[in-house]
Write a protein that binds this ligand. Structure first.
Ligand SMILES: CC(C)(COP(=O)(O)OP(=O)(O)OC[C@H]1O[C@@H](n2cnc3c(N)ncnc32)[C@H](O)[C@@H]1OP(=O)(O)O)[C@@H](O)C(=O)NCCC(=O)NCCS
Length: 172
């Protein structure tokens, strides 16, 4: 039998405890309960990735303005990292933003969070500016932005030609 494949769907209240566990595992410094209630406000842009019966990742985003979608949170369970799940989740929310007619996506990331910075850079986000002491422990954050109109075009370009205009390596 084939192993279960990643599947992305909207958050459902039955996912609550899986999300609380993922939140606690991914973000030591946050209160998972507080964040889950916040995410539920943005139900429309709250997606989970499942493998079989397990919720192994989630992403939450919302419309920041008429033209901009904001990725607020993203996490993948430690056991399922480095399998392309975060990339699928970011693709999914960018498709959702595009279908809403938005032109750009933004997010904040800790300057020390190399895995996330690499992920977003690979997907065409670039650091627009630094928010000094953005996080509660005093760490700075990069504000990263991507032009959604080129998002999937750029991914195809990298697949076909091996690298994008900015020199990112191909996914194959
Ligand atoms: C960041 C995070 C979401 C990545 O999830 P993931 O499912 O493992 O990521 P993917 O497998 O989709 O990786 C896609 C790309 O991200 C980058 N990346 C992911 N993990 C990385 C690591 N440990 N080191 C360096 N780059 C990494 C790579 O560019 C990778 O592409 P490649 O496989 O072609 O090299 C995950 O590590 C996580 O949940 N971290 C804790 C929470 C967090 O930091 N969230 C982001 C807040 S802004």
């Amino acid at each position: 039998m084939l192993p279960p494949q990643p599947f992305i769907r909207r958050y459902h209240p039955d996912d609550k405890y899986s999300i609380l566990m993922l939140e606690a595992e991914a973000f030591d410094e946050r209160n998972p309960y507080e964040y889950l209630s916040f995410y539920e406000v943005f139900h429309d842009g709250f997606f989970v990735c499942t493998l079989g019966n397990d919720v192994v990742g989630f992403i939450v985003g919302y419309m920041l303005s008429e033209s901009e979608g904001h990725i607020f949170s993203l996490a993948v369970s430690k056991f399922h990292r480095n399998q392309g799940i975060a990339e699928r989740l970011v693709d999914h929310i960018c498709t959702y933003f595009l279908l809403k007619g938005l032109q750009k996506a933004s997010l904040e990331v800790r300057v020390s969070n190399k895995p996330a910075i690499n992920l977003y850079t690979k997907l065409g986000f670039s650091a627009a500016w630094i928010e000094s002491k953005y996080y509660s422990d005093g760490e700075d954050g990069y504000v990263m932005m991507a032009n959604l109109n080129f998002y999937f075009f750029r991914k195809e370009e990298i697949k076909i030609f091996g690298k994008g205009k900015n020199g990112e390596k191909g996914v194959n």
